[in-house]
Design a protein around this ligand. Structure first.
Ligand code: ATP
Length: 244
């Protein structure tokens, strides 16, 4: 679904990503974790073909029209440029598909995305006047309306309340169960452990671990990545991981 090979990015003549090999398959929620500035957003932007890179991205190799039918993207910046209604914002997700956003197929996809993000009461409101968390949910709904096999989401739960964080990650898990692939960057390591099938740990532009959450969240790797110890509390729902 997504295949990155020897992908490298330099910015201002500084290496930001180096030799990235990464696969995201159908049915996987792959969590991208690592310190601020490690290169998580850069990896996503390069994989999507939004910035120059060397190496190979199976997604960026597609023609632009097919790329937008293959992957939807929630960028870290939640900028909404125009005073459109929530419904019209979500309809933008249908642009890659024939129908102009108003075919019965488009309307069904928009309705489904609104329902999944519980935005029924917001659909006629001006997106710019929603709260930050509500705007994020509307932008996730736009990505869902795109109905792509792959979803790439950059810190989707940043700014969401705890219940919405859980709802968002449960939704991603459901998408994977439906056969889609999800690549998501997260800073909450406990939630990453609970909801991701695999974790990829990025440090200074290189992948230093890629595997099951328990393996990647080892004391050694966490100390190497973040320079601190983490305390793990196991609950019936999964681990909670606290910085010490
Ligand atoms: N447009 C740019 N020009 C120059 N350097 C950049 C640019 N964008 C990002 N960088 C640098 O690239 C590095 C990786 O940034 P990136 O945003 O990918 O990190 P990140 O892992 O997503 O961080 P965070 O967790 O803080 O969001 C950082 O050192 C950043 O300063």
């Amino acid at each position: 679904m997504l295949n990155l090979h020897a992908l490298s990015v330099s910015r201002r003549r500084r290496s930001v990503l180096s030799g990235i090999d990464l696969q995201v398959g159908a049915g996987e929620v792959v969590g991208l974790i690592g310190p601020n500035g490690a290169g998580k957003s850069t990896l996503m932007e390069a994989a999507l073909g939004l910035i120059p890179f060397s190496g190979r991205s199976s997604l960026a190799a597609l023609p632009e029209s097919r790329r937008a039918r293959q992957a939807a993207y929630l960028p870290q910046s939640r900028e909404i440029a125009w005073p459109v209604s929530v419904e019209d914002l979500i309809a933008l997700g249908r642009i890659p598909w024939p129908g102009g956003g108003r075919s019965p197929r488009d309307l069904a996809a928009i309705d489904a995305a609104i329902t999944r993000m519980e935005l029924q009461d917001y659909r006629k409101r001006t997106a710019l006047r929603l709260s930050g968390g509500e705007q994020t949910r509307a932008l996730i709904a736009r990505a869902l309306a795109q109905e792509t096999p792959l979803l790439i989401a950059d810190e989707p739960i940043a700014g969401l309340d705890p219940a919405q964080q859980l709802a968002c990650l449960r939704l991603f898990r459901d998408l994977a169960a439906e056969g889609r692939g999800v690549l998501v960057s997260l800073h909450d390591l406990g939630l990453a452990a609970r909801f991701c099938s695999r974790l990829v740990l990025l440090v200074e532009g290189r992948i230093i671990a890629d595997g099951p959450p328990d393996q990647v969240l080892s004391d050694d790797l966490m100390r190497r990545a973040f320079g601190i110890a983490l305390h793990r509390i196991d609950t019936p729902e999964g681990p909670a991981i606290l910085p010490l």
